[in-house]
Design a protein around this ligand. Structure first.
Ligand code: B1M
Length: 219
């Protein structure tokens, strides 16, 4: 089976909500040498995009969105996260305060980013979902964070990212932390527009960019 075939098989099994087939094909892809990140980016994330499209077209309903979310988490918890954790670096990089912004309950992508950051050696303070600006500010103070990471998947909640940056400014903390954003609703231009330091398209990129942001903040 070629990579394309395995990824297509995972996607199809995911859209059939056949959890055993998804997990077995994901294990097969790992055995064939594909990384957890490649499996997320080329199979699972595209499957989720198709779920989203079907939801928009009225072919899927909220129940399927929930089921897809649960299935994704099951695959992460049982198969991919343990695999990612095998490559944990014994280094101590900076502290990242991470959360999905206020009003937004999507946390699958944010959780992948958290795992990858931890494995790379970052201390991650995960504030969870639906996080108001005040909570980001409090956590930055409490944990002397180097970086604030925000995730948003809704076009309505992405606006909250600007509020977090404004709250950091009001608390006199904006110069002390770097800000990185991500999630399906946002992009590079939006990061620039709201005054974030960076945008990352996926979890691997988020780790690389957080390392660069630390270097830029310097001793
Ligand atoms: Co929601 N939902 N949802 N949903 N949902 C979307 C986002 C949507 C695009 C679907 C669609 O219609 N096409 C749409 C938003 C439309 C819009 O705003 N333009 C939508 C909607 C409308 C809704 C509700 C409003 C539906 C309703 O109730 N009528 C509702 C809102 C609830 C709320 O948040 N207040 C809702 C609810 C849900 C569920 C709870 C049922 C469930 C989420 C379960 C969960 O997360 N625990 C859900 C799901 C599963 C989706 C889709 C199908 C999949 C999202 C996902 O997990 N993708 C989604 C469709 C889509 O994304 N195209 C959709 C996989 C994940 C790995 O990707 O999160 O993008 P992602 O993360 C990536 C990168 O973006 C990046 O790295 C990750 C790994 O590659 N990344 C970062 C993410 N965060 C980062 C942070 C970083 C750096 C990189 O730095 C800090």
């Amino acid at each position: 089976m070629s990579g394309g075939e395995i990824f297509e098989g995972i996607k199809q099994a995911f859209l059939d909500f056949d959890s055993e087939a998804v997990k077995s094909l994901v294990r097969k892809a790992l055995k064939s040498g594909y990384t957890p990140n490649e499996i997320v980016e080329y199979a699972l994330r595209p499957a989720m995009e198709t779920v989203g499209e079907k939801f928009e077209k009225g072919e899927f309903f909220l129940a399927e969105l929930v089921e897809a979310g649960d299935l994704f988490k099951e695959v992460m918890d049982e198969v991919l996260t343990p695999e990612i954790e095998k490559s944990k670096e014994e280094v101590r990089l900076g502290t990242v305060v991470l959360g999905t912004v206020r009003g937004d309950l999507h946390d699958i992508g944010k959780n992948i980013v958290a795992v990858m950051l931890r494995v790379a050696g970052f201390e991650v303070v995960d504030l969870g979902v639906d996080v108001p600006p005040k909570k980001f500010v409090e956590a930055v103070k409490k944990f002397s964070a180097d970086i604030v990471g925000m995730s948003a998947l809704l076009t309505t909640t992405m606006l909250e990212m600007r509020n977090v940056i404004e709250a950091l400014k009001s608390a006199g903390l904006r110069d002390k932390v770097k800000v990185i954003i991500g999630g399906a609703a946002v992009d590079e231009n939006y990061a620039r527009e709201i005054g974030a330091d960076a945008y990352a398209e996926n979890a691997v990129e988020a780790v690389e960019i957080c390392k660069q942001l630390l270097e830029r903040s310097g001793p």
